[in-house]
Design a protein around this ligand. Structure first.
Ligand code: GRG
Length: 302
């Protein structure tokens, strides 16, 4: 495994403002994924790299920042940051397919099946999902902690998490009655929340430390993120967001906004961010960047 210069370790463990920490997380994840794909040529690896480029890297940031909070260097946690961005990117590539959301734009660029074709998009998503676990094995921590990371990521990404939530979302489109608030919360806890929660638990899992504060933080952040996403789908600017908006409302889908109203949804998201920040009190000032990220999640424009 990579040897880390102790001077770099000290510098890397200093807290950075949210924007710099997210930019660093994007670079760290991108570098690991790029290295893992190096030497490959052709549409498939090009499409995989394309799919992991240009996002906010929120999940990679959560992995690295919660690791830092536990005294863990970004080099040791880089595999986790790269892994979660691979799973996230695969979900977006597949979600954009004609058989799902049928979107032409993602992050301001043509979706993978538009730039290449559907077969390449399916395979790029599949390849990213497998690559995630290859990268996760590179995490530098105790073997038992690593196994726990692998098992919990499989769980968060699968039928009990993101894939299950996505299936419930698709089923809701043709259900006789729209979902109620509790059902939407359960669906979103899987579809969007599971990956965000997993990312926030990378630090305590690697360190085999207390998980409760970051478990609460991740759950509140995941829900606030999804509410903000519904608000943006209603009020966002497609140019700033780099994708189509208003599709849920046009399809008559129940969302946090349709069930709570625009102001109700915004207020609930703000309450969740406060709850997320309160949960971080055991870490004191060192958790300030995570608090900034929670506020960013509901203030973002894309
Ligand atoms: C297809 C298996 C499968 C799952 C799809 C996550 C998901 C499930 C679909 C994505 C649809 C969507 C837009 C959900 C809203 C929440 C979300 C994941 C938004 C995009 O996340 P950001 O804002 O994206 O973190 P960037 O581009 O910054 O990485």
């Amino acid at each position: 495994m990579t040897d880390v210069n102790p001077k770099i370790r000290i510098a890397a463990l200093e807290r950075q403002p949210r924007e710099a920490a997210m930019a660093q997380a994007a670079k760290v994840a991108q570098a690991r994924i790029g290295f893992a794909l190096s030497g490959l040529h052709g549409d498939l690896s090009d499409a995989m790299l394309y799919a992991v480029t240009g996002g906010k890297a929120l999940r990679a940031f959560l992995a690295l920042e919660t690791a830092r909070l536990h005294g863990i260097n970004p080099v040791a946690a880089a595999g986790a940051a790269a892994a979660i961005e691979c799973i996230h990117a695969y979900s977006l590539v597949h979600d954009d397919l004609p058989s799902m959301d049928n979107d032409d734009l993602r992050r301001g660029q043509p979706t993978v099946h538009r730039k290449w074709d559907e077969a390449t998009a399916v395979l790029a998503g599949d390849g990213l999902q497998a690559l995630a676990f290859e990268l996760l094995v590179q995490v530098e921590c105790a073997p038992r902690a690593k196994l726990n990371l692998i098992m919990t990521l499989a769980n968060a990404a699968g039928v009990r998490g993101m894939v299950g939530g996505q299936a419930a979302d698709i089923a809701a489109e043709t259900a006789a009655t729209p979902l109620d608030l509790d059902q939407i919360m359960e669906l979103q806890a899987g579809k969007t929340g599971a990956l965000i929660s997993w990312s926030a638990l990378v630090g305590p899992r690697m360190a085999e430390a207390e998980r409760e504060p970051l478990s609460i933080y991740g759950a509140c952040l995941g829900l606030a993120f999804q509410i903000a996403d519904d608000v943006l789908d209603e009020t966002g600017d497609p140019a700033a967001m780099g994708k189509a908006v208003g599709k849920d409302a046009a399809a008559g889908k129940a969302t946090f906004v349709s069930l709570m109203g625009l102001d109700g949804a915004k207020n609930r998201a703000a309450e969740l961010v406060e709850e997320a920040c309160d949960a971080l009190s055991p870490y004191g000032d060192d958790a300030e960047t995570l608090k900034e990220a929670a506020r960013f999640v509901i203030a973002r424009t894309h």
